[in-house]
Each structure stands twice: as C-alpha cells, then as structure tokens.
Design a protein around this ligand. Structure first.
Ligand SMILES: Nc1ncnc2c1ncn2[C@@H]1O[C@H](COP(=O)(O)OP(=O)(O)O)[C@@H](O)[C@H]1O
Ligand SMILES: [Mg+2]
Length: 613
C-alpha cells in the first residue's frame, strides 16, 4: 500500500485520509434509509408523478388484466382432466373450447402487459428526465456557499448512478411488481375458492417469507447507501485526477494516484459485493422456505383427494395456483431490492434538489440603469458559519467609474472581497450596496448583468473562439464579437488560427496558450460592456508579451467603469485612482499610490520590497 520512492520519507506515502475532502457531512448523516424517511421519499415520488396519473391509471387497469390472465391456465386443469379425460364420453369440443379460451385470455393479458409496461416505463422515464433537468438547474442555481460543500464527483454520481438506480426501479421493477402482486392476490383468492383449508398453508408460510424479505431489504438498503457513497468517491477521484493529469505527470505521482484509485476501487468493490451477497443469501433462503411449503401442500392435498373433497383436476388446479402464488413471493424479494435501491437513488437525488437556490427577495429592486457606485459597510464574512472570519468589519466606498486596486499579501482576503460583489457569498454582518441599493434587495440578474469578471485562470468552454467570446452576451452579432476581440488584442492570434473565429478551443480551451485564453476571456468581458469590471490577478500568470497586450487592452476597457483590480505589478496598480491595502481581512490603508508611499506604511514597505534594486 505504501509507495516508497526514496527511502521512507513520510511525504512519499499516500495518505488516503485527510488530504482529500470527504463526502459532505450531509451525506454521511443519511446512513441507510430508515422507515419514516423511506415513507417521505415514496410520498414525494408520488407527488412528483402527479402529471402522469392519467397514464398510470390506464396502466393500472392493464396491470390487473396482465396479472390475472395467466391464472386462466389453472382453470383449464379441472375442465380438461375432470371434464374431458374423466368423462367417459371424452367431449373433444370442450377441449377445443378450453384451448381457444386460454389462448384468447393469454393473448389479451400479454397485450395488456405490453401496454402496462410501456405506460409505466414512459412515465418513469419522463419523471427521471424531469428530475435530471431539475438536478442540473439546481446545481447551476446553487449559491457558491452550498456548491463549495460538494465535490464535483458527488454531483456526477447523482446524475449517473443514482438516476440509473431509479430507472431500474421505476421502469422495470415497479411495473413487474404490480403485475406480480395482482397474480398473487388472484391466485390466493382462487385457492381460497377451490379449497380454503389447504390455502391456510400459504398464510403460515407467507409471513415467514415476508419477514425474511423485510430483514434483507433493510440490510440491502443500508449497504446500497454505502456503496453509492463509495462510487461517488470513485468518480470524484476520477474527475479530479483527469482534470489534474498534467500535475500528476509533472510530479511523477502516477503510482501514488494508482494506489489511491485502487484503494477507492477496492472500497467500492467491498461495498458492492456486500449488496450482491445479501441478495444472493436471500434468494436460496426464500427458495428453501418455499420448497417446504410446496411439499407440505402436496402431502395434504393427496389427503384431500383420498377423502373425496377434491378431484384430480382440482388438485392440479390448486398446485398450479400455488406455483402462481409462490413464484411472486420469490420474485418479490428481487423487486423489493430493486425498488429500495431506487428509493436510495431518489433520496440522494432529492438531497440535491433540496439545497436552497439563489433567489430574489419578493420586493427586489430592478433598476433600469446601473451607475456602479459600491459601498461596503462594516462587512464581516466567513466562508463557513463556524469557520474563521475572513473579512472583519470592512468598510469602503467606491465611486461609479472609479478604478480601485486591491493589494496585499496572499490570503489577505482580496478575492473574497470581490466575491461578495456579485453576491457569490453573503456577508454574515454588515451590508454592501450598489448605487445605494442593498445587494440583498437588488434583483440578482440585474446585479450580475452589470458585472464582468476576468479571473486569473481563464475558464473557456469547449466550443469555438466566437462561441466563447459570445458567452459574454449571447445575442451579440459576429461584428460585435470581432470588435470585442480587437479591443482585447485577441484578433491578431485569432486570425492566425486555422479556422479563425470558428476554431474549436478544445476542452476548457486547452488548445490555446494561457495568454490567448486570457485575451478571449477579456474579449468576453468587453462584449458584456459591464458597469463593474472585476479583474482578479488577470495578468499575474502571463508572459510579458501577453501581459503587455492585455495591459493595452485594459487601457481601453477600464475608463468609465467601476473597476476592482487585484494585481501585483506596479504598472497595473498605478492605473488605479485608489489603492486599498488589504491584510487579515481588513483595509489597512487607502489612498493614491503617492499618498500611500509618502505615508511610509505597509504599502510603502511592499513597494520597497518589490521594487528594490
Ligand atoms: N471557498 C472557500 N472556502 C473556505 N475558505 C476560503 C475559500 N476561499 C478562500 N478561503 C480562505 O479565505 C482566506 C482569504 O482568501 P482569498 O480571499 O482568496 O485571499 P487573496 O485573494 O487575498 O489571496 C484564505 O485564508 C483562504 O484560505
Ligand atoms: Mg486571490
């Protein structure tokens, strides 16, 4: 398990706990699915399925026909054995009638089976498709503070495995379960009619089978929950490593990652084997109980014939009915397993659907024009309610059109400050306002439409150059897209690309250089024509050529817009009207470059340290 590359240095050891975030707390609280919660999930599914009730009602009728149809065969035995074989006249006409009758009933019931399974499958799939869309929509609208609690793989697992569990349950197990149940009820009713005394056997054995099945169902349900968590771990691990492939290679951590994946894989193997093993234990146990029941019934039915209470035809009819009744008992175990796995999947899907989404206050204000004056008043903020405070009692006023540079050591809280402006997070106390309107009362769409963000790492989506620029404003014309690219100094390289603006950028823009990606990211912001522009170390990771081009683009872009710019280079910082020196979540100094230098404080020392020599 331990990868020792150079001796036994502890940093070469894979540490499976600790470094990597575990499942969010929420998930582990839900170990197993206890009874009241299972009922909630079922009730919720029933509510969700409401639009499909008319179809399901028709399916129900078809299901009853499909379930009762096969029982017709059992009625054939007394008719044929007692009425045709047993009758010295051997009326062949009756035999033909029975054959035709059983055939007709089975034809109808098989058509009904098709109708029933098609309608339920359709409704189930429609419901799952609608849940899938809502899952996606929820994920998109989740506040960052909630989003941060989940690993991406957790979402992926819910979209894939958990919905697949629901598919199996809703489209396969549930319809068959219903038909089988009808067959069972029909068979029992017919048995009571033929010989109620003999039928009592079923009432002795059925509760035993029921108890065994219920016991296993609970166990399977718990194990399924655990195995779904393990597969979520596995897919988290996978998405993370695939995104960081270059880092894995660069640090030579292939075997480390192999070990880590293998551990995840083993954990899933163990958890899933437990689920399978429980199912495999249940089947033979139920089968043994059923066999005992069958043998007992056989013995006692012989006694009934000898006593003259049953004919041979009725005995065969009864045995057939027993088989029709027992067969469902056997299959119920599998259906119930599938259905409870489906409920686990549903509960995990609902978990995401229940995360609160970003929403506007009912009396939210939607100004027609945004000027861009920002005001922070005594803002305090922590990423987690019980976590360390990141911003402490921070106040500042930024005029519309003012260019403000945020400087300060790494971890000071600069990114956090700009994160609060688009309301990615909400301050725990204090308030932020735009043009005098508290952000909490401002229509979120209007607020974000007024903002463009250029982060340090340009995030492009797979698609063409033009599509990525147009992400800033979806209705922009080709001419506007090209104008934005020119403004951002991106045109020179775009025109050299094989297909120009129609060149695909590759997954996450990987076919372009960092500087090229960043210029597209700036063109996207230009196209948005924002009132508030946020540049978070937008040029920090670039080569000096790209940086010069971007700086020149900024000269055209900044004037007239409220700009929050986080940067280290003097050339960028000097462009600002005001510099805020941030440390420890507070603004320690504020003023122009010259003012702060002459004050001889923290900014002056930073400046001296950076530009000494
Ligand atoms: N999403 C997050 N969840 C929890 N803590 C965070 C998150 N983002 C940043 N932090 C913490 O907040 C502090 C300030 O970070 P940040 O604002 O990114 O600093 P800066 O941009 O000045 O380097 C750091 O201690 C960092 O660890
Ligand atoms: Mg930062």
């Amino acid at each position: 398990m331990i990868v020792t590359v150079h001796g036994n240095r502890s940093d070469e050891r894979p540490q499976f706990d600790g470094i990597y975030r575990r499942s969010p707390r929420k998930v582990s609280q839900l170990n197993g699915l206890d009874e009241p919660r299972r009922r909630d999930v079922v009730l919720r599914l029933l509510r969700e399925a409401r639009p499909y009730y008319p179809r399901l009602a028709v399916a129900l009728v078809f299901g009853v026909i499909a379930g009762l149809g096969p029982l017709a065969l059992s009625k054939a035995f007394p008719l044929v054995i007692d009425g045709v074989i047993g009758d010295p006249r051997h009326p062949i006409g009756l035999l033909l009638e029975v054959i035709a009758g059983v055939f007709a009933v089975n034809l109808i019931s098989n058509l009904a089976t098709y109708g029933q399974s098609y309608l339920t499958a359709w409704s189930g799939q429609r419901l799952i498709a609608s849940l899938r869309s809502r899952l996606f929509e929820r994920t998109m609208r989740m506040p960052m503070s909630e989003f941060d609690k989940w690993r991406p793989g957790e979402f992926v697992a819910r979209f894939t495995n958990d919905l697949a569990l629901m598919t199996d349950a809703l489209s396969v197990a549930l319809p068959q379960f219903f038909v089988t149940l009808v067959t069972l009820v029909g068979a029992v009713a017919a048995m009571l009619y033929v010989d109620w005394l003999l039928s009592l056997f079923l009432f002795v054995f059925a509760p035993i089978v029921n108890f065994v099945v219920a016991f296993f169902t609970r166990m399977i349900s718990k194990s399924t929950k655990r195995s779904q968590e393990r597969i979520a771990d596995l897919s988290s691990n996978l998405t993370e490593v695939l995104a960081g492939e270059r880092i894995v290679k660069a640090f030579g951590r292939e075997s480390y990652e192999n070990e880590r994946f293998a551990a995840s894989n083993d954990a899933y193997f163990g958890a899933y084997m437990k689920v399978l093993q429980l199912g495999q234990t249940q089947t033979p146990i139920v089968a043994m109980i059923v066999t005992i029941a069958l043998l007992a019934i056989m013995a006692f039915s012989v006694r009934e014939v000898i006593a003259g209470r049953l004919t041979s035809g009725q005995v065969l009819q009864f045995w057939t009915l027993v088989v029709f009744a027992i067969n469902p008992l056997n299959r119920f175990a599998a259906f119930v397993g599938d259905i409870s796995r489906g409920l686990i999947g549903a509960s995990r899907v609902f978990e995401v659907l229940d995360v609160p989404i970003e929403s506007d206050a009912t009396d939210s204000i939607e100004p027609t024009r945004v000027a861009g004056a920002l005001r922070f008043e005594n803002v305090s903020f922590a990423y987690k309610a019980d976590g360390p405070p990141i911003l402490r009692d921070l106040s500042t006023t930024i005029e519309a059109g003012e260019i403000v540079a945020l400087v300060g050591p790494s971890g000071a809280g600069k990114t956090t400050i700009v994160n609060l402006v688009p309301r990615f997070y909400e301050p725990q106390s204090g308030s932020i306002s735009l043009d005098g309107i508290d952000l909490r009362r401002l229509h979120l769409g209007t607020l974000r439409a007024a903002i463009a963000i250029v982060p340090q790492e340009a995030m492009l989506f797979s698609g063409t150059v033009a599509e990525n620029i147009r992400y800033g404003r979806l209705d922009a014309t080709q001419a506007e897209v090209e104008a934005a690219a020119r403004e951002a100094n991106a045109e020179e390289f775009v025109l050299d690309l094989p297909l120009g603006y129609e060149t695909p950028v590759g997954d996450r823009g990987m076919r372009l250089s960092g500087g090229q990606r960043q210029r597209i990211s700036i063109a996207r912001a230009v196209l948005r024509d924002p009132r508030i522009l946020i540049l978070d170390e937008a040029t920090s990771a670039l080569d000096s050529h790209s940086e010069r081009l971007i700086e020149a683009a900024l000269d055209r872009l900044l004037p007239g817009r409220t700009t929050l710019i986080i940067a280290h280079r003097l050339s960028t910082i000097r462009r600002a009207h005001t510099i805020l020196y941030v440390d420890g979540g507070r603004i320690l100094e504020a003023g122009t470059h010259d003012e702060l230098l002459s004050r001889g404080g923290a900014y002056a020392s930073l400046h001296a340290a950076q530009f000494a020599s």
